[in-house]
Design a protein around this ligand. Structure first.
Ligand SMILES: Nc1ncnc2c1ncn2[C@@H]1O[C@H](COP(=O)(O)OP(=O)(O)OP(=O)(O)O)[C@@H](O)[C@H]1O
Length: 480
C-alpha cells in the first residue's frame, strides 16, 4: 500500500492520566501509539512487534524503565528510548543515559519539550502542535474549491449527487453522506464546504473510528491547562478548529454511545465545554457526517442514538458504489492517470489499453474509487510505459473465475443487474474469500494509519484476532 507508515511508539506509564496525556499528544503529532502499564506488559508488546521509540516512566509497578532499556539492548534491538524521571533525581537521569536512553525528561513533563525530544529521537521536526500536522487532514488536503472539479463522472447517480451538493451547500442543514468505503464521501463533504458561504473558513475532517475512546472528549472539545495531571497548556478541539467552517465527521457510526450523547448536546446547544473549562464556548460549525453503515439499522439495534440520527440526517446524500455506475469508470480512470502523471511530472499521461479497461469493468471494486486509484498507481509503476495493459493491473484471477463479461457500453447504472452479473461465482471459494478478506484488512489498516488495534476495532476484531488474520494472509504490518 502506498500510504507512508507513521512511526510506531510505545508509551509505558502506570498512571492512567499521564498515559492519556502522552498518547493524546503523540497522536496529535501523527504517530501510531500503543501503551503499556508495566515492564512485563511493555516487554510482551516489544517482543511481538518492532517500534521506533519507547517512552517509559522510570518507576513502574514491576520494575523500572531501565529494565526495559537493558532488555532491549541485550536483545540487540534498535528501538530508541526516552525515560521520564522524577523531578530532581539527577542520578536517575544519568543512569538512564548510561543504560542507553536517547534522552530523558523530568516530571512534570513540559509538552512542548516532550514533542521536541520525541521528534528529535525520530529525526523529525516537531509540528509545533499545529493541526495541519494531522495526517487525516493532510492526506486529503486539496486546493480551495477543487473538490467538485475532482469529482469525475457523468452517470445519472453522480449527476444527482452533484445537484444535491449544489442545493445543500447554501444552507446550514446537517448532511449525512452514505456510501461504501472509498466511494467519494469525503469528496462530497469537501464540495459542500467549498460551494458554501463558509468556503474561506476551515474544513476539519475527523475519522471518528480512528480515535481511542478515552481521548474522544479531549479531541472533540479540547481541554484547559490543568484539566488533568500534566495538561500544561490549553488545547482546542475539533469544534473550535472548525469555527465558522465545516466539521466533517467520517465514520460517525463508529462513535461510542457515550460520545454520541456529548456530540448531540454540542450540536443542539451550539456550544462546547473544553475539559476543565469553567464555561461553555459558543461554536458556529456546520456538521457533515458520513458512514458506510446502515445507521437506521444501528439505531434499531441500540448502537446509535435515535435523536442524534435525526439531528445529523436532515439531508441524506447517497454515493453509490463504483460497480453500480461503471459508466463513470473510463473518465475516473483517465482523471486518476492524469493526476498520477502530473504528480510524477510525466507527460503525456499513460492510458489504459482497451482490454485493460474491459478487464477493469468486470471487477467488483469492493474498495471503490480508492481501490481503483491504488490499483492504477501500482499498474503505472509496473507498466513503465505509456500504455497500461491487463497484466499490469494485477487483479486477482479469482475475481474473474466466471467468465461473465460486461460490455463497457452497457455499463449503465443498474443496481439490480450489477448484483446479479458483476460478481461472478468463484471457482475456488476459499481463495476468493481470502482475497476479499485480505483487501478488507489492507483497507482498514491503510485507513487507520497501520494501527492494527484501531483497524481491527473498526472491523469488530480484537488486536489478537487482527494479528492472527494478518499472519494467516501474509499481510505485513508496515515495518515489522
Ligand atoms: N467521482 C470521483 N472522481 C475522481 N476521484 C474520486 C471520485 N470519487 C472519489 N474519488 C477519489 O477516491 C478517493 C476516495 O475518496 P473519499 O476519501 O472521498 O472516499 P470516502 O467514501 O470518504 O472513503 P472512506 O469511507 O474510506 O473514508 C479520493 O482520493 C477521491 O479523490
Amino acid at each position: 500500500m502506498s500510504a507512508p507508515t507513521p512511526p510506531r511508539l510505545l508509551v509505558v506509564d502506570d498512571e492512567p492520566d499521564l498515559r492519556t496525556l502522552y498518547e493524546l499528544t503523540l497522536l496529535r503529532e501523527g504517530y501510531d501509539v500503543e501503551s503499556a502499564e508495566t515492564v512485563e506488559e511493555a516487554w510482551a508488546a516489544l517482543q511481538s512487534r518492532r517500534f521506533q521509540l519507547l517512552i517509559t516512566d522510570m518507576r513502574l509497578p514491576d520494575g523500572t524503565g531501565l529494565d526495559l532499556l537493558r532488555r532491549l539492548e541485550d536483545a540487540g534491538r534498535g528501538e530508541k528510548g526516552i525515560v521520564i524521571t522524577a523531578y530532581g533525581s539527577a542520578e536517575n537521569a544519568v543512569e538512564a543515559l548510561k543504560a542507553g536512553a536517547y534522552d530523558y525528561l523530568t516530571k512534570p513533563v513540559d509538552l512542548r519539550q516532550f514533542r521536541a525530544v520525541v521528534a528529535s529521537a525520530l529525526g523529525r521536526t516537531p509540528s509545533d502542535g499545529a493541526r495541519a500536522a494531522r495526517p487525516a487532514e493532510a492526506r486529503h488536503a486539496l486546493p480551495p474549491r477543487r473538490a467538485l472539479d475532482r469529482m469525475v463522472g457523468d452517470s445519472v447517480a453522480l449527476q444527482q449527487v452533484r445537484s444535491l451538493v449544489g442545493k445543500v451547500a447554501r444552507s446550514m442543514a446537517p448532511v449525512l453522506v452514505h456510501g461504501e468505503s472509498g466511494t467519494g464521501k469525503e469528496l462530497v463533504a469537501r464540495a459542500i464546504h467549498e460551494l458554501s458561504p463558509r468556503h474561506a473558513m476551515p474544513f476539519v475532517a475527523v475519522n471518528c473510528g480512528a480515535i481511542p475512546e478515552t481521548l474522544l472528549e479531549a479531541e472533540f472539545f479540547g481541554y484547559r491547562r490543568g484539566a488533568f495531571t500534566g495538561a500544561v497548556e490549553d488545547r482546542e478541539g475539533f469544534f473550535q478548529a472548525a469555527q465558522g467552517g465545516t466539521l466533517f465527521l467520517d465514520e460517525i457510526g463508529d462513535l461510542p454511545l457515550a460520545m454520541q450523547s456529548k456530540l448531540l448536546r454540542a450540536v443542539q446547544e451550539r456550544a462546547v465545554r473544553p475539559l476543565g473549562a469553567p464555561a461553555e464556548l459558543a461554536v458556529n460549525v456546520r456538521i457533515v457526517s458520513a458512514t458506510h453503515k446502515d445507521l437506521a439499522a444501528e439505531v434499531h439495534a441500540g448502537r446509535f442514538r435515535q435523536d442524534l440520527f435525526y439531528r445529523l440526517n436532515v439531508i441524506e446524500i447517497v454515493v453509490p458504489p463504483l460497480r453500480e455506475r461503471l459508466g463513470d469508470l473510463p473518465a475516473i480512470a483517465a482523471a486518476v492517470l492524469e493526476r498520477i502523471a502530473g504528480d510524477a511530472g510525466v507527460s503525456p499521461p499513460p492510458v489504459l489499453s482497451a482490454e485493460a479497461l474491459a478487464h477493469l469493468s468486470r471487477y467488483a471494486f469492493p474498495g471503490n474509487v480508492r481501490e481503483l486509484e491504488n490499483l492504477l498507481h501500482r499498474a503505472v509503476t509496473l507498466a513503465g510505459g505509456s500504455v497500461v495493459e491487463c497484466r499490469d493491473l494485477g487483479l486477482p484471477e479469482v475475481a474473474f473465475a466466471d467468465s461473465a463479461h460486461l460490455d463497457l457500453e452497457m455499463a449503465v447504472p443498474d443496481p439490480g443487474r450489477a448484483a446479479a452479473t458483476e460478481v461472478p461465482l468463484p471457482s475456488d471459494l476459499a481463495a476468493y474469500l481470502d482475497q476479499v478478506e485480505r483487501e478488507i484488512l489492507e483497507r482498514a489498516l491503510e485507513r487507520h494509519r497501520y494501527n492494527r488495534t484501531a483497524a481491527g476495532a473498526s472491523l469488530g476484531l480484537s488486536l489478537r484476532q487482527m494479528r492472527y488474520r494478518m499472519a494467516r494472509l501474509g499481510i505485513g504490518s508496515g515495518d515489522d
